[in-house]
Design a protein around this ligand. Structure first.
Ligand code: COA
Length: 178
């Protein structure tokens, strides 16, 4: 799959993408809301391999795409839309971006294209997502996309020596403005 937006190209991962992913996933700003305290070459190779394996699934229920700049092709992050089964009318979305590119609307732009795909071509009824409650940038991106807060799981994650709350977000087909 390949999706083009105003400034981005969302494309399938290739095996040669891991160094670009490693470069940004090692950044402490990126790592803040993940259980990882660092990333290694083998860890990131496995991370990218997971997306390559998903490309072979039939039916293809999970699309985790590299976010690249339309201008120059640099890989700046990734975003995904995932269904549990072919007949499932709900998909889960997620995104991450190199800190060098935060705050420029790229996550919103990429994820908007995935939601368009979900409610458009796939005919979904519901799109959902979740994030660590303290992750203000992620909360803002989800709310900017129109997702509504549906729940808060209190202290359901434990990493980096403390408990974290998780927020659940959802968006219905008739709430989406393409
Ligand atoms: C979450 C993330 C993808 C947002 O990417 P982004 O491209 O900067 O987001 P956008 O530019 O589209 O902005 C979305 C909103 O987040 C806000 N935002 C972006 N970076 C922010 C930051 N560091 N702190 C606070 N708000 C921030 C923007 O101002 C915007 O809100 P607004 O509409 O009120 O102005 C990015 O911060 C990231 O990759 N974080 C690490 C990985 C991660 O946490 N992924 C999500 C897992 S659930």
């Amino acid at each position: 799959m390949r999706i083009t937006t105003d400034r981005l190209v969302l494309r399938e991962f290739t095996s040669g993408d891991w160094p670009d992913v490693l470069a940004y996933q090692c950044d402490s700003r990126y790592l803040r809301f993940y259980p990882w305290s660092d990333r290694t070459e083998s860890g990131v190779r496995a991370f990218v391999q997971m997306f390559l394996d998903e490309q072979q699934l039939e039916p293809r229920l999970r699309f985790q795409l590299a976010i690249t700049l339309a201008d120059g092709g640099a890989l700046i992050g990734n975003c995904g839309i995932r269904r549990k089964s072919e007949n499932n009318s709900e998909a889960d979305i997620g995104f991450e971006l190199s800190p060098e590119y935060w705050g420029q609307g790229y996550a919103t732009e990429a994820t908007r294209a995935l939601i368009d795909l979900g409610f458009g071509e796939w005919g979904l009824h519901r799109v959902s997502s979740w994030c660590i409650a303290d992750n203000v940038a992620s909360v803002r991106a989800l709310e900017r996309l129109g997702l509504k807060l549906e729940g808060r799981l209190r202290e359901n994650e434990h990493f980096k020596g403390r408990w974290w709350d998780t927020l659940l977000y959802g968006l219905l087909e008739d709430e989406w403005r393409p």
